[in-house]
Design a protein around this ligand. Structure first.
Ligand code: BGC
Length: 253
């Protein structure tokens, strides 16, 4: 399979594109659709089923979502409606769009995209942590290129920060919500990275999410014993990784 459809569901935008898996590039005409109000399963899956109608019917779909995605089921719902929890999303979306579907966590999708086509591609490092900074913080952990799926390191509590978890303290959305300038927000990211480093000792952090498009504003202000790399696929990583998962069927189990 050299082409498939990738969908990346974010807190505010749903991105849908056909992806060429030889290059890891999304085709022209990526669709960006606003998240339906309330982010309820019925509304989101309906909008997505309509969005994939335009692609050739033999192409499978990878659906990357901001939840723990286990054996096709959503197990958590941090930034979407609670009624996703316990839903067999893989089966339900496949029924609606009449295609094979692989359902996976959004940060895992971004992670496999970076490792196969982006910043992690030529890395010699054994232990790599990919982080996405957006509405929340997503994490994907790799050892020798293999993913430990569904790590939820955005919810780590930081020493001395008692009112919110890691993502409540340092997600990109916090920068916007509190109108922090880049240095003030980066200080928070440093604190988060230090705690992750203290616990996991990775060789490399790859930092992604929409803010990676402005990496020059904040990455020089970061400070970590690990090597720090900006994500290469930027806002497209989730879509590309979801399409890769659909084509390889690697994440369905
Ligand atoms: C969710 C994760 C997700 C991350 C990034 C967190 O709030 O718990 O599953 O990967 O946000 O979207």
């Amino acid at each position: 399979m050299i082409r498939s459809i990738g969908i990346d569901v974010g807190g505010s935008t749903l991105r849908v594109a056909e992806v060429d898996l030889r290059s890891g590039q999304a085709e022209e005409g990526m669709q960006s659709i606003p998240m339906p109000a309330g982010a309820r399963p019925d509304d989101v899956l309906e909008v997505l089923a309509r969005a994939v109608e335009r692609y050739p019917s033999e192409l499978p779909v990878g659906l990357a979502f901001p939840t723990v995605a286990q054996h096709g089921y959503a197990r958590t719902a941090a930034n979407v409606h609670d009624s996703w929890i316990g839903l067999d999303v893989q089966r339900e979306f496949s029924r609606r769009c009449h295609r094979p579907v692989v359902f996976l966590n959004d940060a895992d999708a971004a992670g496999v995209a970076e490792m196969n086509f982006g910043a992690g591609r030529q890395l010699e490092a054994r232990r790599v942590v990919v982080l996405t900074f957006g509405t929340g913080i997503g994490s994907a952990l790799f050892l020798d290129g293999a993913l430990w799926p569904n790590t939820e390191l955005g919810h780590l509590m930081l020493p001395g920060v008692t009112d919110v978890d890691g993502e409540g303290y340092a997600a990109a959305s916090v920068r916007t919500r509190l109108a922090l300038d880049w240095p003030a927000w980066t200080q928070r990211v440093n604190r988060y990275l230090h705690e992750l480093h203290r616990l996991l000792w990775p060789d490399v952090f790859i930092l992604g999410g929409a803010v990676s498009e402005r990496a020059e504003e904040w990455m020089p202000l970061l400070d970590s014993p690990a090597r720090l790399l900006p994500a290469a696929l930027r806002g497209h990583a989730g879509v590309v990784g979801a399409a890769w998962a659909a084509a390889t069927d690697r994440m369905a189990r």
